[in-house]
Design a protein around this ligand. Sequence first.
Ligand SMILES: Nc1ncnc2c1ncn2[C@@H]1O[C@H](COP(=O)(O)OP(=O)(O)OP(=O)(O)O)[C@@H](O)[C@H]1O
Ligand SMILES: [Mg+2]
Length: 467
Amino acid sequence: MIPRDVKSSCYPEPVKKRILIVDDEPSIRKVLQAHLTRDGYEVETACDGGEGIETLQQQHVHAVVTDMQMPGIGGLELLEWCCTNQPGLPVIVITAYGTVNSAVEAIKLGAHDYVTKPFDRDELKLIIAKAVATEEACSQNLSAANGRFDIIGKVSGMQRVYSLIEKVADSPTTVLITGESGTGKELVARALHDQSSRATGPFITVNCGAIPESLFESELFGHDKGAFTGAVAGKPGRFELADGGTLFLDEVGELPLDLQVKLLRVLQERTFERVGGIRPITVDVRLVAATNRDLRSQASDGAFRQDLYYRLAVVPIELPPLRDRADDIPLLVKHFLTRFNERLGRKVGGLTPEAMRVLESHSWPGNIRELENLMERSVLLCDQDFIGVDDIPGLDADGSGSPEEPELEGMPLKAYVRVHTAKLERARIAKALEAEGSNVTRAARRLGISRKSLQTKMKEYGLRDGG
Ligand SMILES: Nc1ncnc2c1ncn2[C@@H]1O[C@H](COP(=O)(O)OP(=O)(O)OP(=O)(O)O)[C@@H](O)[C@H]1O
Ligand SMILES: [Mg+2]
């Protein structure tokens, strides 16, 4: 909450910032609109949360002032939507004199502040000015705070990654990036290159898992003319191509042991020969390696050379799995939503809070790549304004994905699908009921079905309402 004695002059002059007022009562909208217009704001109004969300999707608003109780989508749901889809947008809730408790509740849920009815003009002015200033600071810092070097993520594990990138990018030190598949290892390798003084030099990738063993040596070190049958001309290897830049050894854990020896020699001596060549070649290459294996334990088991491991892991950078970064999911969702809306020419507004919760509790075995693919698919296929739980099939609310239950394995496909659909349906209904405090009418509205068919389904699934 803000100190009420702060002078409004502390805040930048509000030059045509846009405020959205959401209230079902026309007189309140009118009073607020008059006050705020006089204070120099551009004002939009909406008569309920749904209309408010529509406005927010269409234009950039700098702060929202909303009533709590409204027919249809209420203030809390609007607040929840804003927190999910427009983090950083301050929401101020309107509270009647004597009902401050509900405002406190709203602030706990992420509201910026509250205003009491009847409105005190100076207080209102101050709260709005503060909110707008916060939004401004937030949108300026948003990109910096929410990620760096084209990498999205604000959790402390990612901040550690950014600070390491910053520290080591410009040194010649070899970096080993570790992390599960899809956690962004290649992005980090790129960032290391882009942030270094080698940025204008080449960035050459070798996928150690994809090159057949017989070609590996010539791929890395090149070959001279006549080195082997078919070598009609000489060819530089990746080490030579990377001269003056960065060589990225991706999936380095896949490197066969005999090639590990050869790589180690280059790292130690900084020179090599092409296959079939005798001339030693010296290059100025910065080496970055990545692996999704636990190279340290492979090294102690003898599956990876220990000496090479220590040479590579001079500076280890470990990327956290997405399941440990639930706080970053809304940011990543927003990032991919913008990207795929643009690429696919769609205008999907966001995720329903329920769908966001499902994403936040999923375990993401494929990490950010899995989320990226899911977002692409759902932006493409979603035929509503919002991606709902139904648009993200295969993920269930308790985050276990779609586990193969052994007892279902032998089942005919039709029965299998029926059982799974029923499970999903039951879970969704139970969630809606829970979210609506067991109010069947509202739960039915939330689910987009009639009250009657909800009651039938509740019976079928043995779900009780609160009454
Ligand atoms: N923090 C992030 N912000 C935005 N996009 C990300 C982030 N991390 C990963 N991605 C995207 O997710 C996808 C997978 O990332 P990347 O290829 O870097 O993962 P990886 O760790 O190299 O995976 P693998 O081990 O399977 O090779 C890419 O499209 C990448 O752009
Ligand atoms: Mg990769």
